[in-house]
Design a protein around this ligand. Structure first.
Ligand code: UDP
Length: 491
């Protein structure tokens, strides 16, 4: 009929950095391939991504990425100011978050109906925004779930739930074998999927059911992973859900410079300092240490970690998030540590340009909390990891790194720290940190084996995003599939 319509993806990200960063990167990639993308959310979400989108648009004037923010009337909704900020893994706060953002559905739908040209052809929503299923239905377009998770972890969660693996298991710390996998993987109920179930808030189970329904009824999945890294799990998850899984990762790879990445956290000064410091170190000598954008070690744990890094003897670049929140004793400890190691360690009190730091030739290993973005970024940079999970899918990502991919050494954390006080606790002692860092950064057959395997995976990750690679092909297919007449045929 000759009327060609460009694909127009409406992204509804979760306002949490580990979710919003890969979602925006995916939107930018789809736009690079000719799609129109509109990213919607409360002002706090839009503020977080504006820099990244503006920088991309400045470098490519044809890029069609639109940001539309929808203010929230907190008082009218009976919600606390800031309820739409999702950086705290605290169930009561998360519940307010869900209530707050769900209020945006009607105004978003109205806006898109009245102003979006071309008309949207597909909603791409974070799996923790289940209300986006009503948005897509209201617009009359299909909806894809966006996962910033590994196929391995979502398959484990799916199978644990589907086969009722924890039914009748009283002890939350009792080991259970994940059903239906090609290998034996053992987890506890506390480790997985505790972030969706068993949270002691009356309305929580209903919300978990709502999220599960939205997952089950999606028209497909867009996943920030690499098909060649976990082909069996991508296939098994697609089969279990009966839906197509488009793997598009690693989406971080399209960032070429430190500028864009640094601006994510508005810490350009930190970025320049990190890179200058790394330039002066030997190739592969530095261990990078970061726990992502949420986890916050207790003061004692933080100091224990610092002492372990000091004892390891290896150069380290350590990001201490929210350093200003620690008391004077901790701040003095960090200053003292930097003084004692005299140039061998850099403590970044804030935000590092992580993807760039990881790909710097001086970086040789990564102590990570196993957030999926961090894990994938480590693989992408070809770096072995010390695994130190805190909560959510991080224990499953640890299993994947250590047991499936063979690229990590665990510090042996057994329980998530999310829902209990950690103020006085030291979960991982300095000696364990020292040993794990030495074993990942050191010489010897095991260390070499981990390095060899992760470099092979890095090559696969790079190949996936190049012309002809699986992720590249999936992006093109998405643009094609949800363009030209797709909205009409899907209805
Ligand atoms: N990140 C960063 N600088 C930092 C800390 C984190 O750029 O100092 C980025 C990191 O590269 C990753 C994201 O923030 O893309 C964290 O996501 P992840 O899934 O690893 O963990 P979460 O923050 O969700 O726990």
């Amino acid at each position: 009929d000759g009327t060609k319509q460009a694909a127009h993806f409406v992204f509804v990200p979760l306002n949490e950095l580990g979710h919003v960063i890969p979602a925006v990167d995916t939107a930018l990639l789809l736009a690079t391939h000719g799609a129109v993308c509109t990213i919607v959310g409360p002002p706090s979400t839009v503020a977080r991504v504006r820099h990244t989108v503006d920088a991309a648009a400045a470098g490519n004037s044809g890029l069609q990425v639109r940001l539309v923010e929808f203010p929230l009337d907190y008082a009218a909704a009976g919600l606390p100011v800031g309820a739409d900020e999702a950086d705290r893994i605290d169930p009561a706060h998360m519940m307010s978050y869900y209530r707050a953002v769900a209020l945006l559905r009607a105004p978003i739908e109205r806006h898109l109906r009245e102003h979006a040209a071309p008309y949207p052809t597909c909603v791409v929503s974070d799996i923790f925004n289940p209300w986006a299923s009503e948005l897509a239905a209201g617009l009359g377009v299909p909806r894809l779930s966006f996962f910033s998770m590994s196929a391995f972890s979502v398959l484990c969660q799916h199978n644990l739930e589907r086969f009722g693996a924890f039914a009748g298991v009283e002890d939350a710390n009792a080991p259970v074998v994940v059903p239906g996998l090609d290998r034996k993987v053992v987890v506890t109920r506390a480790q997985a999927p505790g972030f969706l179930r068993g949270i002691p808030i009356p309305e929580w189970e209903a919300l978990a059911d709502y999220i599960e329904r939205a997952r089950a009824e999606a028209d497909g999945v867009v996943m920030n992973t690499v098909l060649e890294m976990e082909p069996e799990y991508v296939a098994a998850y697609a089969a279990a859900r009966g839906m197509k899984v488009w793997t598009v990762g690693p989406v971080s790879l399209h960032h070429k410079g430190a500028e864009t990445l640094a601006s994510r956290g508005n810490a350009a000064a930190d970025a320049a300092e990190c890179l200058r410091w790394l330039d002066g170190r030997d190739p592969g000598s530095v261990v990078y240490v970061s726990f992502g954008s949420i986890a916050q070690p207790s003061p004692k744990q933080l100091m224990e970690l610092g002492l372990g890094l000091e004892a390891s003897g290896h150069p380290f670049l350590w990001v201490v998030r929210n350093a200003g929140a620690y008391d004077a004793a901790v701040r003095a400890f960090l200053d003292g540590l930097e003084g004692r190691v005299a140039g061998r360690g850099l403590v970044v009190r804030g935000w590092a340009p992580q993807a760039v730091v990881l790909s710097h030739p001086a970086t040789g290993g990564f102590v990570t909390h196993c957030g999926w973005n961090s894990t994938l970024e480590a693989v992408t940079a070809g770096l072995p990891v010390v695994t130190w999970p805190h909560f959510t899918d991080q224990f499953l990502n640890e299993r994947m790194a250590v047991e499936v991919l063979g690229i990590g050494v665990s510090v042996g954390v057994t329980e998530p720290i999310t829902f209990r006080s950690v103020e006085k606790e030291v979960v991982v002692g300095r000696g364990v940190v020292e040993q794990a860092v030495r074993s990942v950064m050191g010489a010897g057959e095991e260390a070499e084996g981990r390095r060899r395997r992760v470099r092979e995976l890095a090559a696969k990750a790079r190949a996936a995003v190049q012309e002809g690679g699986s992720s590249h092909a999936n992006l093109l297919e998405l643009v094609k599939r949800f363009g030209t007449g797709a909205a009409a045929s899907q209805g």
